[in-house]
Structure formats: structure tokens, C-alpha cells
Ligand binder design. Structure first.
Ligand code: MN
Length: 696
């Protein structure tokens, strides 16, 4: 384990201005906070964050990153909070530690192989600052190095699988090949122990037979290059069992057929020397056509630069050779991390964000598909990622709520949702989700989307589905009213009305479904007489226009008017026979008949007022009611039933207020007179469906 002064010295070596006191404080803090916690290896827990910090010094990262590495497990595994860290180490470190803690959440997610690619994207999206990702990768690398200490084989397998599926590809994505290879190697050993053992044994055999071939070949290369006057470093290695295994399975070949199991690196000082060295190698040994690649003049999308070639060594052995400068080498092996570190040291650019680095790489990209991939990552910055309890991942725009999530999972789930648990806690449906939330939608029987949801949902799918459902519900309720009214209409035709009669009526009316007819009746889009004619053509032939049920009972006469003077019942107060009434004669117009307490009378203060009475046989007028019903299925139909039982025709129905769990309607109904109107109000008030009923 790195000692405190060693860690500080390492940082000082590449950053002489580093804040030594802060490093010391962070070192002591992690030791104190993790206290007597132990690793599976039996080591004190704090050895882990300290080693991770050491890995970060290898990448020559800034002090904040080193401190973040030291503190990366304190929030998750000790009582320390992000606020504590902010207090002791400042906002930036707190934000970085919080980022790493959030990334760790993903490890608690249930395994879901199909989601692996999604999880990688999730990690990228979460890594607003590349340093968060770098600490997380180093954390994982160190955990893999110490994986063998974990006793539970299932846990070892799970961690190894996760490393292979998520972290190694992620390391590759950001160009950290060194981390990628080591992660793959360690995970392979755990996941395919038999294959690993076989390949490792064969390599051992080869080594015994040829005796230190790698070193001998490296020396030969170095001599040849030195003779040509080139000052270079040459390193050689056997390929790791995992990459040999990969070749075997990719090319469907046996171990014997995998010939290039050795790889060499020639490291030069200058770019020109790279090409010079390549020339020497190609002249001295036979090279394999088609295997040469120049990634110096045309770097890979992630910034990787090197020359690649394969040589035949002593006519039998194929070896791979990579030629590059020191700087290219460092950048190649540590990718964005190196890129970032170089930038920091330049100090010319100050804080370089993860996105900007990415954009630079994208700019250098020639590959359309990869470009798209990178662009997508940028797009993720304004998206959030949330999970179902089973681990399925959903991407939503920032600001999305639990309702948006429900509709994203499935329209039916959205339609049935009544509540949500976010990260295990009951939360309101309007709650905005954060990255990494686990959202469990609670379904309710007979639940219906609410109009008010439109006030907070952000996704088009949720919006459209809610609108459709609300419209449909309204239509259903109007149709339910229509159905009650229809029964009273059907009772008045001289025939028994069954399904067949209705089907024929629909044909005559040019409608498709019984529901269409009921809706038309409920919404007063069709008169009673039209319905009767459709049911039994000709049955209303002897009716006067006034014979129609809803109108034939109307007969209004007003006493107190000069004979022959026209009048009208005011629309504002809807007087019905029995009300005390007043006439208002405006210049040149018909006399308006108002109830005596109508507020509109105030507008006619300068006009002539007439003291009026209803004629003795007056009956039939439109009364206006306000009815508030409980907002649950069937209540509107029940209300309509009350009107139908009292033989009252509803001429209009308007929803005026939706205040869960109540809905208020304004209803115009044709009544005989005031007692009739009073009776219907009482009948409505007696209904279980009705919360309140009043004449307006
Ligand atoms: Mn850790």
C-alpha cells in the first residue's frame, strides 16, 4: 500500500504546484472514515482507495482527481455525506465523488445482459466529467486485481461478467487500452477458467521449448535498428491468453494455428524515426502483406496513433510489431486520460470538460458510424436514464416525470398508473426523475389518466396518450347519458326495440356503432324525432312539430304584458314557470323575462321594468343546473339516469370543472315548472353519484 508521503511525492513529481496539504488531509480522512473496515483480502479497507489514487497518479491526473480517488467509497460505505466532503474539500471534489458514487449504483442493478450496451451508454451519460469515469475505471481495475480474494464464486462471476461486458468496452471507448486489456485478462481467467488454463499451459510449454524467445527477438530488433543509427526502446510480450482465445474463436482456429502470439513495441523519439524504423524492419525481415496499417497519418477515431505491421521471424513465426513515439504511446495506452492530463499540464486551457475532449475526437473522426456514436453520447447530456425494478433501462428527456416513465414502459401501464415508488420510496406521480432512478409504477384498478397530468408530462407519447384517454372517457360518459335517454325515446315508438332494430337504425343514420348513436343522443347532436324515425320510419308522421316529447309540453304565457308584445325567457337566469319574474323592456326589443333575483337586471336599470306573472297554464322551460359528481366510472351515467327517470330532457351538458375526485357539469334541462325543477334537484342530491346539485 502506498504510504502517505509516497503518494504526495508521486503527485509532486509531475505537478510541483500540487496542494500538498489537501492531499494529506484526504489521505488521513479516508483512513479515519473507513476505520477498521476490512477488504475480502483481510487488508484494511482504506488500502483500496489509496491504491486507486495510486493508479490515478500513474495517469498524472490533477490533485482533485487524486483526492476523489481517495474519497470515492466514503459516501457509499461510511457515514460521510456529500455535504461533509464539500465542507472539507470543496464543491468540485464533492461533485466528483458524488458522480463516482452514482456510477457505483449501476453495480447494484440486477444483471441483464441485453442491457449491457445500454449500461455503457448510461455510464457515459453519467460521466459529465471524464475524471469521474477515470476514477470509476481505476476502482474497477483494482477490484479486479483483488477479485481472487472474494470467496463467493457467484459474486466473483458476476463482477467478472460485468467487467467484461461493461467496463472493458468502456475503457476501450475512451481509448484506455491498458486498462481494457488488464480487465479482460483478469475477467477471462474468472469466466473461462478451463480455457484460460489450457492456453496458459501451452504458452508455458512454448516458453520451455524456445527458452525466452520474447527477449531474444526484442534484442535482435534493437540491434538491427541501432545499426541503422536509430535510438529506440523495444519491448516484447506474449499476448495474453484472452487475446489468443479471442483470435481462436474469431477465426475458428486451434491454438497451433494462432501464430502471432508475440507482440513487440518499438518506441522512438520522433515521428520521422517511426517511419525510419519501420523501413529497417521491413528490409530486414519479410513482412506480411495486408497487415500493415498506418495509424500515424490516419489516427483512429479515439485518437490512437501507431504503425502496425506483422513480420515473419525466422521463416516460421509471425510476430506483430507496433511502432510509435513515447508521447503517442502514452496517449494510446491511456486514451482520454492522457489527453486530459496533457491538457492540464499545458495549463493553457484550464478546465477541459469531458464533452470538449470528445468533440475534438469527433472532429478528427473520418468514420461516419463512429461519428454518429459519439454524437449520440453528446445528445445523452440532456437525457436521463431510469430503470424498471427488473433493470430494464429507459431513456427520457430531462424533466421527465414518473408518468412519462410509465408511458415509456408501456401505454397500458401509463393508463393504469396511480402512484410511483422511486428508489423504493412512494413519490407523487409528478416527481421529476433523476439519472439512475429505479422507478416502480403502481397500477390501480379502474384508474384513469387525469387531465391535470398534461400540466407536467414532457414526453409526446404521454401527452398524446393522456389526451386520447381523456377524450375517450368523455365520449364514453356522454354515450352513457345518451344510452339512458335513448331508452326513453325507444319506449315511445310503436315497436319493441331490440338489437336488430338498432342496427337498422344505425344504417339509416349512416353510423357504425351503437356507441356512435348513444353519443349523438347524449350530446344532443340528434333530435328525439330523428331517432324515432330511424328506429321506425314514418312513426312520427302524425306528430306536429310540437308533438315531439321534449317540446310538446311547452306552453308559456305571461300575464302583465300588453297583448301582442313578444317576449323571451332570459338565457342568463333561465326562469321556469313558478319563479317570480320581472320583465325588462329595452328600446325596440322583445321583453326579456328574468327571475326577480337575476343579476343581469342591473344592466337594465334605465329601462322599463314590468311586473309580470306566469299564465295559469304555463309549463315547459329550460332550467340550468350545476351538478358535481364523484369522479369515478359510472357516476355520470347514474346522473343521467336520474334525469331520464324524471322524464327530463337534457339539452346541453358542459364539463366546467375537473377537480379530482370531483367533476362539475353545467346542465340545461327542460322542466315543466319550478316544482318539477325542485324535484329533480332533490332527486339528484339523493343520488350516490352526486356530491352537490344546485340550480344556477
Ligand atoms: Mn471502490
Amino acid at each position: 500500500m502506498l504510504r502517505q508521503y509516497e503518494l504526495v511525492e508521486r503527485v509532486k513529481a509531475y505537478d510541483p504546484d500540487a496542494d500538498e496539504a489537501a492531499l494529506n488531509r484526504a489521505y488521513v480522512y479516508t483512513v479515519q472514515k473507513h476505520g477498521s473496515q476490512k477488504r475480502a483480502s483481510g487488508d484494511p479497507y482504506f488500502s483500496h482507495p489509496i491504491e486507486v489514487a495510486g493508479l490515478m497518479t500513474d495517469l498524472q491526473l490533477d490533485v482533485q482527481t487524486i483526492i476523489t480517488a481517495l474519497l470515492h467509497d466514503t459516501v457509499e460505505d461510511t457515514l460521510v455525506t456529500v455535504e461533509d466532503i464539500e465542507e472539507h474539500f470543496g464543491k468540485d471534489v464533492a461533485r466528483l465523488v458524488d458522480g463516482v458514487t452514482k456510477l457505483s449504483k449501476i453495480e447494484a442493478m440486477p444483471e441483464n445482459e441485453r442491457a449491457a450496451e445500454n449500461l455503457r451508454k448510461f455510464l457515459l451519460a453519467m460521466s459529465e466529467d471524464i475524471r469521474v469515469l477515470l476514477v470509476k475505471l481505476a476502482d474497477r481495475l483494482h477490484n479486479m486485481r483483488t477479485l481472487h480474494f472474494i470467496k463467493n464464486p457467484e459474486k466473483r462471476q458476476r463482477i467478472a461478467r460485468e467487467t467484461m461486458d461493461i467496463y472493458a468496452p468502456l475503457a476501450e471507448r475512451v481509448g484506455m487500452y491498458e486498462y481494457m486489456r488488464e480487465m479482460q485478462a483478469l475477467a477471462f481467467k474468472e469466466l473461462e477458467p478451463e480455457a484460460y488454463k489450457t492456453i496458459a499451459n501451452r504458452l508455458e510449454e512454448l516458453r520451455g521449448r524456445d527458452g525466452g524467445q520474447v527477449d531474444a527477438i526484442a534484442l535482435k530488433f534493437k540491434q538491427a535498428l541501432a545499426e541503422a543509427g536509430l535510438k529506440v526502446e523495444v519491448t516484447g510480450r506474449e499476448k495474453h491468453p484472452f487475446s489468443i482465445w479471442n483470435k481462436m474463436s474469431e477465426r475458428h482456429v486451434s491454438f497451433e494455428q494462432v501464430t502471432d502470439i508475440m507482440a513487440f513495441r518499438v518506441i522512438t523519439d520522433t515521428e520521422a524515426d517511426c517511419y525510419a524504423a519501420l523501413g529497417v524492419l521491413h528490409r530486414t525481415w519479410q513482412f506480411l502483406p495486408g497487415r500493415f496499417k498506418d495509424y500515424i497519418s490516419t489516427p483512429k477515431t479515439n485518437g490512437y496513433r501507431s504503425l502496425h505491421t506483422s513480420l515473419m521471424y525466422e521463416n516460421s513465426m509471425r510476430v506483430e510489431v507496433q511502432v510509435r513515439t513515447h508521447e503517442m504511446h502514452h496517449r494510446n495506452e491511456f486514451g482520454l486520460a492522457a489527453h486530459w492530463a496533457y491538457k492540464q499540464h499545458d495549463k493553457a486551457d484550464g478546465q477541459v470538460g469531458w464533452l470538449r475532449d470528445l468533440i475534438e475526437i469527433v472532429d478528427a473522426s473520418h468514420d461516419a458510424e463512429e461519428l454518429l456514436e459519439h454524437t449520440r453520447m453528446a445528445i445523452y447530456q440532456d437525457r436521463i436514464f431510469a430503470f424498471t425494478p427488473k433493470g430494464a433501462l429507459f431513456q427520457l428527456p430531462k424533466g421527465s416525470t414518473a408518468v412519462d416513465f410509465a408511458f415509456a414502459v408501456h401505454t397500458d401501464l401509463g393508463l393504469a398508473c396511480v402512484g410511483a415508488k422511486i428508489n423504493g420510496r412512494h413519490m407523487p406521480l409528478r416527481t421529476q426523475l433523476s439519472n439512475g432512478d429505479v422507478v416502480e409504477i403502481i397500477k390501480g384498478k379502474g384508474a384513469e389518466p387525469q387531465l391535470s397530468w398534461l400540466g407536467f408530462v414532457v414526453t409526446g407519447k404521454a401527452r398524446a396518450s393522456i389526451r386520447r384517454a381523456v377524450r375517450l372517457k368523455e365520449r364514453e360518459e356522454v354515450a352513457a347519458i345518451g344510452s339512458k335517454l335513448f331508452d326513453t325515446i325507444a319506449a315511445r315508438v310503436p315497436a319493441r326495440i331490440g338489437k336488430k332494430a338498432i342496427r337498422l337504425a344505425l344504417e339509416r343514420l349512416g353510423m357504425d356503432e351503437p356507441d356512435d348513436l348513444m353519443y349523438a343522443v347524449g350530446a344532443s347532436k340528434i333530435t328525439d324525432r330523428e331517432v324515432m324515425e330511424a328506429l321506425v320510419p314514418g312513426c312520427t308522421a302524425n306528430f306536429d312539430e310540437d308533438d315531439e316529447w321534449s317540446k310538446h309540453e311547452r306552453e308559456i304565457s305571461i300575464r302583465g304584458l300588453t297583448p301582442g308584445v313578444g317576449f323571451e325567457l332570459a338565457e342568463c337566469c333561465h326562469p321556469v314557470p313558478g319563479d317570480r319574474i320581472v320583465g325588462l323592456r329595452r328600446m325596440g326589443e322583445r321583453v326579456e323575462v328574468h327571475t326577480i333575483d337575476c343579476l343581469e337586471l342591473a344592466s337594465g336599470i334605465d329601462n322599463e321594468w314590468l311586473d309580470l306573472n306566469w299564465g295559469s297554464r304555463s309549463h315547459g322551460a329550460v332550467g340550468r343546473l350545476s351538478v358535481t359528481i364523484y369522479d369515478r366510472p359510472g357516476t355520470l351515467a347514474e346522473m343521467a339516469g336520474v334525469f331520464a327517470q324524471n322524464k327530463i330532457n337534457v339539452t346541453s351538458l358542459t364539463q366546467t370543472q375537473l377537480d379530482h375526485p370531483f367533476t362539475t357539469y353545467e346542465i340545461d334541462a327542460e322542466v315543466n315548472d319550478l316544482p318539477h325543477l325542485t324535484r329533480i334537484v332533490s332527486a339528484l342530491r339523493a343520488s350516490d353519484a352526486v356530491a352537490q346539485a344546485d340550480r344556477i
